[in-house]
Design a protein around this ligand. Structure first.
Ligand SMILES: Cc1cc2nc3c(=O)[nH]c(=O)nc-3n(C[C@H](O)[C@H](O)[C@H](O)COP(=O)(O)OP(=O)(O)OC[C@H]3O[C@@H](n4cnc5c(N)ncnc54)[C@H](O)[C@@H]3O)c2cc1C
Length: 431
């Protein structure tokens, strides 16, 4: 089949790779000059199955109220006169119910576990390099009560295949000695040895080169203008290139992987998805040779920050702001990340050279992505990966390639428009 993938972020590029591997003739269209130049550009770098619990959880409403109006709040709702934003916020509140959080965590865990394994397989098969480190992720806490509340939730994840070992403060420092100078008190944490990290932009671009070698055609600098439907099918995709020439592409199948911009292209053809931009920030600190810097990936649960060592750089990312499609860099929010980094690692010399960045997470209220079919038989979705798009990219890419090829993925996940596989029950009756 001739398959068109819209968007060359980490999700679109992974989709293209798996579609090509399944034998399809694939073209990818993106408005940027290469893969991974929007939200996949400078994220937290974590392949973090251990981060499967969504922002929407029973503790969130109180925290959001407490943080309201605080410019440096980890999660900030800037409510505007935008009905879609209010609808998203209401659905977010609904997803905070304990039963919803449990169900969403399960879905995310299933996909994230599968995706991490798929990324490892891809690495073995292709030797792809992206400043990866497979040394686990340590979540550390600075508040004893927060840690106490987190322990049963972490243990519950083990039932679904994600081990999170509880660690004392001393054990945390032994795992990451660079934390020894921290001015933030560290009271303990959880450690997931099988989690990883790496640069999502480097990965997207390296995978795009590998996909090109497999025959995938990337059309960069080419903006998607609109989708056109006729007789109940997607009939064409109108694109505009750098010379502002308009062209109508007519693939056999098309996958929308446009990140936060996916709903804007889908709405005019009557496909509604609950994706809304959730802005986040990162800083990238250059490291000097021999500096006592983190050597692995960390999550600072007190400030809700993800930290990853990417070659000779330290990436620190986090905060979420529900405020529409504005990707300007808010200096106050970036300064808050820089000062927390200095408190954690006062020994680092180059924090004043930190490079700030902002990106729009394509967020659903539940943080469960929208992957599968639309009501048009040749129009598919692979979007809405929110806080975990890098973690879930390979699994989502392989799954959409299977769906487009007419197969039901083996994964126990709620794919849209695809019948869920009955859960396999072992002879003993255990799952
Ligand atoms: C601060 C921050 C930290 C994060 N940390 C992590 C982390 O540690 N681990 C993790 O797993 N995830 C993390 N994420 C989430 C992750 O980065 C995203 O979920 C992921 O990048 C989304 O990928 P995507 O391909 O769906 O979107 P994008 O990367 O945004 O790709 C969409 C593509 O579509 C293109 N596009 C859009 N509209 C058009 C159009 N009209 N025409 C043509 N092209 C178009 C864009 O150019 C872009 O290349 C973080 C996000 C942020 C913001």
């Amino acid at each position: 089949m001739r398959v068109l993938v819209l968007g060359a972020g980490v999700v679109g590029t992974a989709s293209a790779w798996y579609l090509a591997r399944a034998g399809h003739a694939v073209t990818v269209v993106d408005r940027q000059s290469d893969a991974g130049l929007e939200t996949s550009f400078a994220n937290g770098g974590q392949i973090s199955v251990s981060h499967a619990e969504p922002w929407a959880n029973p503790e969130a409403p109180l925290k959001i109220l407490k943080w309201l109006g605080r410019e440096d709040a980890p999660l900030l709702f800037r409510l505007r006169a935008d009905l879609r934003q209010w609808m998203w916020a209401l659905r977010f509140l609904h997803e905070c119910l304990p039963a919803r959080t449990r169900a969403n965590t399960r879905e995310i865990l299933a996909l994230a576990l599968d995706s991490r394994a798929e990324l490892q397989r891809l690495r073995r098969e292709t030797g792809i390099e992206y400043d990866q480190r497979a040394r686990g992720i340590l979540h550390f806490y600075s508040d004893a009560r927060e840690l106490e509340r987190a322990i049963p939730r972490a243990q519950a994840m083990a039932a679904f295949g994600c081990e999170r070992e509880v660690k004392s403060a001393a054990e945390c420092l032994a795992i990451e000695p660079a934390l020894a100078h921290s001015r933030v008190p560290i009271v303990g944490g959880t450690y997931t040895a099988s989690d990883e990290s790496g640069d999502a932009r480097k990965f997207s671009q390296a995978l795009a080169r590998l996909a090109e070698a497999k025959g995938v055609h990337f059309r960069f600098g080419c903006a998607v203008e609109r989708l056109e439907v006729e007789c109940g099918r997607l009939a064409g995709v109108v694109v505009r290139d750098a010379q502002t020439r308009e062209e109508r592409l007519s693939p056999d199948a098309c996958i929308v992987a446009l990140g936060s911009y996916s709903p804007l292209l889908l709405r005019p053809v009557g496909v509604s998805i609950p994706v809304y931009p959730l802005k986040g920030y990162s800083i990238t600190v250059p490291l000097s040779p021999g500096e006592l810097a983190p050597t692995m990936s960390l999550t600072d649960e007190g400030a809700k920050l993800a930290l990853s060592r990417l070659g000779n750089r330290l990436r620190v990312a986090g905060t979420a702001e529900l405020g529409g499609y504005d990707d300007d860099i808010n200096r106050v929010r970036c300064r808050a990340i820089v000062s927390r980094t200095r408190e954690l690692f006062p020994q680092l010399g180059n924090t004043e050279c930190a490079e700030p960045w902002a990106g729009l997470r394509p967020a659903t209220p539940s943080n469960v992505p929208v992957i599968g079919r639309t009501r048009y038989p040749n129009l598919y979705l692979n979007t809405g990966h929110g806080t975990l798009g890098w973690t879930m990219a390979c699994g989502s890419g392989r799954a959409i390639a299977e769906i487009v090829s007419g197969r039901v993925p083996e994964l126990d996940f709620g794919f849209v428009g695809v019948e869920r596989r009955p859960v396999q029950v072992a002879a003993s009756g255990a799952r």
